[in-house]
Design a protein around this ligand. Structure first.
Ligand code: 4NP
Length: 150
């Protein structure tokens, strides 16, 4: 799960997936990262922590890190939140196989649309809640697709 700062959108997607994978007894290695280095080592944004907690998803234990080319070796799927994340991640891909791992996270919910999860950082709590609902739906769609759930 990749966004810009790794303190709002991608840690939410990370935490929601971790929670759902655990609840469903599925097996996967999930992580998140930011393309930027602004917030390395920090916990998620307090507004995102509060919003996620309100809907039962713990994310406060996550810590921001920067996406690196090594991530192409460690992960099968690299899911970006917006177009600029896509460009930044693709720029680090060294092979065609690397490039193919990169997709828009919301494509699981809205196939082939390259839809973006809006960045709530400069928004209101309402924007954080809207992002939560969107990412919640998209993680359900992702699990159905990748784990072939009914
Ligand atoms: P995120 O949100 O990419 O969803 O973590 C942002 C967090 C921080 C900044 C921008 C977006 N920032 O400019 O510091």
């Amino acid at each position: 799960m990749v966004c810009l700062g790794n303190i709002c959108r991608s840690p939410l997607a990370d935490g929601l997936l971790l929670r759902k994978i655990k609840e469903r007894n599925l097996n996967a290695h999930v992580d998140s990262a930011g393309t930027a280095n602004y917030h390395i080592g920090k916990a998620p944004d307090s507004r995102m922590i509060k919003t996620a907690a309100k809907f039962g998803t713990p994310i406060e234990f996550l810590r921001a890190r920067q996406f690196t080319a090594q991530d192409f070796q460690n992960f099968d799927h690299i899911l970006v939140m917006d177009q600029s994340n896509y460009s930044d991640v693709i720029a680090l891909a060294q092979t065609e196989a690397d490039q193919k791992k990169v997709n828009f996270f919301l494509d699981y919910l809205y196939p082939n649309q390259n839809s973006e999860v809006p960045d709530p950082y400069y928004g209101t709590l309402k924007d954080f809640e809207a992002v939560y609902q969107l990412v919640d739906e998209a993680t359900d769609a992702l699990i159905q697709k990748l784990f072939h759930e009914q």
